[in-house]
Design a protein around this ligand. Sequence first.
Ligand code: CUA
Length: 350
Amino acid sequence: MSPLARIRRFGIASALAAIAIFASSCGDTSQPQNTLDPEAPIARQLDRLWDPVFGVAVVVFVLVEVLVLIVAIHYRRRSDDDSPKQIHGNAAMELGWTITPFLILVVVGIFTIANVVSIDRVPTGPNVMKITVTGHQWWWEYDYAKTGIVTANELHIPAETTIDLRITSADVIHSFWPPKLAGKLDAIPGRLNHMQVKTDANDAGKTYWGQCAEYCGLSHANMRLKVVVHSPADFAKWESDQMAKVNISGLEPGSAAASGADLFRIKGCGGCHTISGYTAGRIGPDLTHFMSRETFAGAIFPNTVDELKAWLRDPPKQKPMMPKNGLGMPNLNLAEPEISDLIAFLQTLK
Ligand code: CUA
């Protein structure tokens, strides 16, 4: 086989391998965080910008690579006798390869800026729902401005409503990123960044997964999030459930749940966690309606008795945290009966 044929064969094999790797990672639309499979208006708008820009980039890439290969192979130096003739200066070509990329970038820039401006617009008006999203090491807090509802990790929103997510952080920089729903926006301490979210009527019932997308320390990878979209009627129901008072004094005296409620205070849980009307800790997630959540600890564990038991036995073993530095839940060295009582109590927080 000639060297040229060998290079050709190697080039084709490499290109096919690269295409296979890219295709297998991008094409699987069943992935819950596939950016290329948008499922809501803002994500679709971003995708509509990305697709043509990617198309232009592919054409430029292929053109440049083909020309490089042709020139490198066809005009390679075979011997000293037939070395290519050196030339210098060609005004037409130089103008061409300066003006063409400039024009391409201007067109791409116009569409990009138009989209950035429209997505970046802070929605206003009486019907806009304002929710403050606060990143914490390593979980998300959501505060609903109108109702005062506070919840964690699982964001509930009504379909067909414009939502103004006011994104900030309590400690270091995080990034709020539900790829199929909207873009990605940094959560910066002392700053409010606005992310506009709007879903269609037929998005009701959908759950969008996302995660923190800015490295924020030990458990960055365990800082997931969920956005649950409801029909307006279902959302009203969720709201009234979240606003209902929990009745701790009504727990049956001597029951496991009542003893768990006592332990919640005695063991210091209440110093970090709020249970509305009972404790007012502001360090960890608000647990007032804990059982309404499907997950816990940065949306990484399903909210089941077994997972809660494993968690309470040794939280930093389940999820890497740094309790000695005040980051994350410490191991409280609870006895098994204490764990059962605490879970019985948590199960009353519907
Ligand atoms: Cu928070 Cu990464």
